[in-house]
Design a protein around this ligand. Structure first.
Ligand code: ZN
Length: 374
């Protein structure tokens, strides 16, 4: 009799316990499984969840992994949870990294073990790309490339293809990012002034339409030189020239805006006396000149000419200060392989509020535009 009572009580208690889970929506079988778990495990089932129910019914279900399943509930499906947690691919400790990986566009669940095998020495995005494309034999090279702040994953294949062509990583990356690995004047795109405003790039890969002319050109007053300049660039220039004069440094504009036709005749005048390969290093082809933007100016100092301007105090002052006024120095001596132009210490380009950032980046605008603006 006593024994019977105990059995009866046990049955009743058990029935009460399972009823609680059945009321939540679990089946009788699932509820029975839940009450057979330890008390702190049961706590995970205080609300109904399809995924939790499916986990319980999966033959791979392990109570000791319940905490891990639960942590990754929003990320993986039931089958994935069981497999990855049971094999300790996903653990309580690597949640943040796994979550970041799964949020990458290129993430592939089949490769997750490969990704996690490697310590992330650079962005997981790069790692995922390498694993997905079976490129782990390039790991060491990619590590070197990725240490450069201008590294761009989209260009990775091209960096690797040209890896031995430059003696250091910085030069290689700039060479690729700026498109200079392509022959000049090939693969040209339209320079889109409407889209990029003062940030537009015009070089040997970006060309202006023949009929493009800015609609806000103003005349440069004789005090500041000659020609026409876009209004904002001119205002910034005037302040620059005035501030320089206050420092005892004197210069003025000799050539700001040039129309397509003007550039055409200039270029062809040079061609009459020189080879095209040579002319291309000091004169832009029509459509490829920043002067057509009305945002570039050649600046000169009394007593100097193009051959000697680099020695003028104005040249040094401009190099150190022009960025404060929205102007950048476009054709440095050491970047001929990138810009395609010889050293032009007199040529400045207005880009507005990003000038300081461009200056501090230390890279050519050709590379800066591709990396940050485009
Ligand atoms: Zn110029």
């Amino acid at each position: 009799m006593k024994k019977l009572l105990i059995v009866l009580c046990a049955l009743l208690l058990c029935g009460c316990a399972t009823k609680q889970y059945k009321d939540l929506g679990y089946s009788a079988e699932e509820a029975r499984k839940i009450v057979s778990l330890k008390e702190d495990s049961q706590a995970y089932f205080s609300e109904y969840s399809d995924t939790l129910a499916a986990l319980l019914n999966d033959e791979g279900f392990r109570e000791d992994k319940l905490k891990t399943y639960f942590k990754y509930l929003d990320i993986f499906s039931t089958g994935q949870l069981i497999e990855l947690a049971n094999d300790e691919v996903i653990t309580l400790d690597n949640y943040d990294r796994v979550k970041n990986l799964t949020e990458l566009d290129e993430f592939m669940i089949d490769n997750i073990r490969e990704y996690l095998k490697l310590t992330p020495r650079f962005d997981d995005e790069i790692l995922v790309y390498l694993v997905n494309n079976d490129m782990m034999d390039s790991y060491e090279k990619v590590m070197k490339l990725a240490s450069d702040p201008m590294f761009t994953l989209d260009n990775l294949d091209i960096y690797l293809e040209h890896f031995d062509e430059k003696s250091n990583i910085r030069d290689l990356i700039e060479y690729i990012n700026s498109k200079a690995y392509l022959p000049f004047y090939t693969d040209e795109e339209r320079a889109d002034v409407e889209k990029y405003g003062y940030y537009v790039l015009v070089n040997k890969y970006y060309k202006l339409d023949a009929d493009y002319a800015p609609d806000d050109l103003v005349n440069v007053e004789s005090k500041y030189g000659r020609g026409k300049f876009r209004k904002d660039a001119y205002e910034a220039y005037k302040k620059m020239q005035d501030d320089a004069a206050a420092d005892g440094i004197y210069f003025y504009i000799i050539s700001p805006y040039r129309s397509y036709d003007h550039q055409y005749s200039l270029y062809h005048r040079y061609l009459a006396n020189d080879t095209q390969a040579n002319v291309d290093t000091y004169s832009a082809r029509p459509g490829n000149s920043e002067h057509q933007l009305g945002l570039a100016a050649d600046i000169m100092s009394s007593g100097y000419d193009f051959g000697t301007f680099y020695m003028a105090p104005a040249a040094k002052w401009l190099q150190d200060n022009a960025y404060k006024y929205g102007f950048i120095f476009r054709y440095p001596e050491s970047k001929i392989d990138i810009t395609g132009y010889k050293y032009e210490p007199w040529h400045y380009r207005y880009v507005g509020d990003i000038a300081e950032d461009v200056y501090k980046s230390g890279v050519t605008y050709d590379e800066y535009f591709e990396k940050y603006i485009k």
